[in-house]
Write a protein that binds this ligand. Structure first.
Ligand SMILES: Nc1ncnc2c1ncn2[C@@H]1O[C@H](COP(=O)(O)OP(=O)(O)O)[C@@H](O)[C@H]1O
Ligand SMILES: [Mg+2]
Length: 360
């Protein structure tokens, strides 16, 4: 296994108005399980294809461990990069058995029969497919076929495993069980895994770190809980997790406990690292419904989420989300208090501090 290092990686397709990848700098440690998360068209597949060697970068470089695999004047072809790839269409050979499919990459490489048999048995065991070895792909469920694709990728002992929306074709229940399969697979193999998805639930559940992409750039690359509690910009704050993004400005100095901010005509204490924030990310957990709260809001909607209700609120300008243990009536007026939301500065946006006193 090897780490993957991207430096200034840019991909401009001929005739495209904007680069598909725009200066990607990132480092994925050996054995890490990283998800690339972002809306359709943000460049996830392009980053995977460049990593695999199906495309050449326009600028920048990719290293796998000590080896530069793509960069100025250098391009290592896919077959010499030692990466395994799993697509959402399983791309199995229908006329071969499960074992035949898994064995095929080793036959191509001319490995001796006994070595092949040993490695195929191992890969089938790792993916829980031993009892299906002699079946044809048509006799398998979607989840089982995806496991065959995983076994076939694994048998070649890749340095990294790249997965492009591998569960997109499966129904919801099967996706959940396949997610457990991927986690177990990663635990057993210790493979470096790069997992592309537009499904945030999947990314947050599976990966140890998530790179949130938008417009060919990585906006934030962090552990799921950090993306959720400390988003760096409006895009990440809005794309990951539930809640609201509202504008705010500093009303006091930044201290170890956070800072005073003004928002929605209210002063409150926020968490943060920016001295001059422009926005707050207010998660439902940060909003407490209480008649003593300094803010009034109207209930716009109330939906049961199992164990609690999700309440959409209108403060008369901003929309917030709160959780409630009891059902609230649409149209009802409630009081609320906002408790230590996350304050951040939107890059490229001018920030204002509240003037404490007017100097004449
Ligand atoms: N071969 C190509 N030629 C021209 N444009 C492409 C090509 N492949 C992808 N693109 C464009 O690059 C951008 C990123 O695409 P892609 O990496 O497939 O996004 P994602 O996988 O995140 O949905 C899109 O605007 C897409 O239209
Ligand atoms: Mg894609």
């Amino acid at each position: 296994m090897a780490e993957l290092i991207y430096s200034g990686l840019t991909k401009q397709f001929d005739g495209a108005a904007r680069p598909a990848l725009d200066g990607i700098d990132a480092r994925i440690e050996s054995g890490e399980f990283v998800a690339l998360l972002g809306p359709s068209g943000c460049g996830k597949t392009t980053l995977l294809r460049l990593t695999a060697g199906f495309e050449e970068p326009t600028h920048g470089e990719i290293r796998m461990g000590a080896t530069q695999v793509a960069g100025p004047g250098r391009f290592v072809p896919p077959e010499d990069r030692g990466v395994g790839i799993v697509f959402q269409s399983y791309a199995l050979w229908p006329h071969m058995t499960v074992a035949g499919n898994v064995s095929y990459p080793l036959e191509v490489r001319g490995l001796p029969r006994a070595e092949r048999a040993r490695r195929v048995d191992e890969a089938l065991a790792l993916t829980g497919l031993t009892e299906f070895a002699d079946r044809a792909p048509a006799q398998l469920s979607g989840g089982q076929r995806q496991r065959v694709a995983l076994a076939r990728c694994l048998v070649a002992e890749p340095r990294a495993v790249l997965l492009d929306e591998p569960l997109a074709n499966l129904d919801l229940a099967l996706r959940a069980s396949m997610q457990d399969n991927f986690t177990a697979f990663h635990r057993r193999t210790g493979a470096t895994m790069l997992y592309v998805t537009h499904d945030q639930g999947e990314a947050l559940a599976l990966a140890t770190r998530v790179a949130v992409m938008e417009g060919g750039r990585i906006r934030q690359f962090a552990a799921p809980e950090v993306l959720y509690s400390e988003p760096v910009d409006c895009f990440v704050a809005g794309f990951v997790g539930d809640g609201a993004v509202v504008s705010a400005r500093a009303a006091g100095p930044l201290g170890p406990g956070g800072l005073e901010v003004e928002t929605m005509g209210l002063r409150l204490t926020a968490r943060g690292r920016a001295a001059l924030p422009t926005h707050l990310c207010i998660r439902p957990e940060d909003v407490r419904l209480t008649d003593e709260g300094g803010l009034r809001a109207r209930v716009r909607g109330c939906t049961y989420q199992g164990g609690r209700f999700r309440v959409a609120l209108d403060t008369g300008g901003e929309d917030l989300v709160a959780f409630s243990r009891t059902r609230l009536n649409v149209g009802a007026q409630v009081g609320l208090r906002i408790d230590r939301p996350w304050a951040f500065r939107e890059p490229g946006m001018p920030a204002l501090a509240v003037q404490e006193t007017a100097h004449v």
